[in-house]
Design a protein around this ligand. Structure first.
Ligand code: NAP
Length: 250
């Protein structure tokens, strides 16, 4: 039996690219998204199967603990195991701090921070029993250097980065690693919040050392690395995949 990866928010954008990248690397896929994305999720499932790997749809709202435990149970029962968890599902809203509503603050924390915690907690007993596993959390460069108009979103991503560090510490010699990937500005539905017009695109291209906007496959490459044997000695780290918008240590 091949290895199995569970990817949240896999119906489109970065999650879809991660799922297809992992399928090309030989993983079978448990594909999660929220119920309303079911038809796009079916298309990704078909693409995984076209690559020659098995796929299983495990819809659930990552904010809902009961649904999350059901999703992980379905994935293990349906595909036999979960070797890799990619916590990718996320939402973004923009508002300056004086204008962020309590509902916006709570929503973005519920999906981006609590969702990562709930799915991780649900998968850990299974990975610990097998003494093997890879957890890859999708954070953001916004969690490291902030971004005006998105304080609530950036705070969730800083939370994901710290959660991942502590997770790696607590995992010690469990055989499980935990790392974060920090995308820069990536052309997806969410990315369009920051790339709404040509002027914004050009501004971000100019602010990026490699002078282009990132694509979902750029992120998939880093996640596939963390899912592979090549990263066996790396845990508790974060990798910026941003074309040089920010630089390590500066
Ligand atoms: P996207 O195109 O909006 O895709 C995110 C997916 O997650 C959507 O299908 C979304 O469904 C789903 N989702 C939302 N809430 C969910 C929930 N409660 N349970 C399960 N699934 C849920 O976003 P993306 O750009 O691919 O982003 C993927 C990840 O990368 C996110 O964590 C994001 O914060 C991070 N990131 C993105 C960028 C960028 O520039 N794009 C930069 C840095 C970090 P709905 O659309 O129906 O809500």
């Amino acid at each position: 039996m091949g290895k199995v990866a569970l990817v949240t928010g896999a119906s489109r954008g970065i999650g879809r690219s991660i799922a297809l990248g992992l399928a090309r690397d030989g993983f079978d896929l448990a594909l999660n998204d929220i119920d309303r994305q079911i038809s796009d999720l079916h298309e990704v499932a078909a693409e995984v199967q076209a690559i020659g790997r098995r796929s299983l749809l495990v819809t659930a709202d990552v904010r809902d603990k009961t649904a999350v435990h059901g999703m992980v149970g379905q994935a293990i029962e349906g595909l036999g195991q979960v070797d890799v968890l990619v916590n990718n599902a996320g939402i973004l809203t923009s508002a300056r701090i004086e204008d962020i509503t309590e509902a916006q603050w709570d929503d973005v924390f519920a999906v981006n921070a609590k969702g990562v915690f709930l799915v991780t907690q649900a998968v850990l007993p299974h990975m610990r029993r097998r003494r093997s596993g890879r957890i890859v959390n999708i954070a953001s460069i916004g969690g490291k250097r902030g971004g005006p108009g998105q304080a609530h979103y950036c705070a969730t991503k800083a939370a994901v980065l710290e959660f991942t560090r502590v997770l790696a510490m607590e995992l010690e010699d469990s055989g499980i690693t935990a790392n974060s990937v920090c995308p820069g500005i990536i052309m997806t539905e969410m990315g369009k919040v920051n790339l709404g017009d040509q002027a914004s695109i050009e501004k971000w291209e100019a602010a990026t050392a490699l002078r282009r906007i990132g694509q979902p496959d750029d992120i998939a490459g880093a996640v596939c690395f963390f899912a592979s044997d090549a990263s066996a000695f790396i845990t508790g780290q974060s990798l910026n995949v941003c074309g040089g918008v920010i630089f390590d240590g500066g």
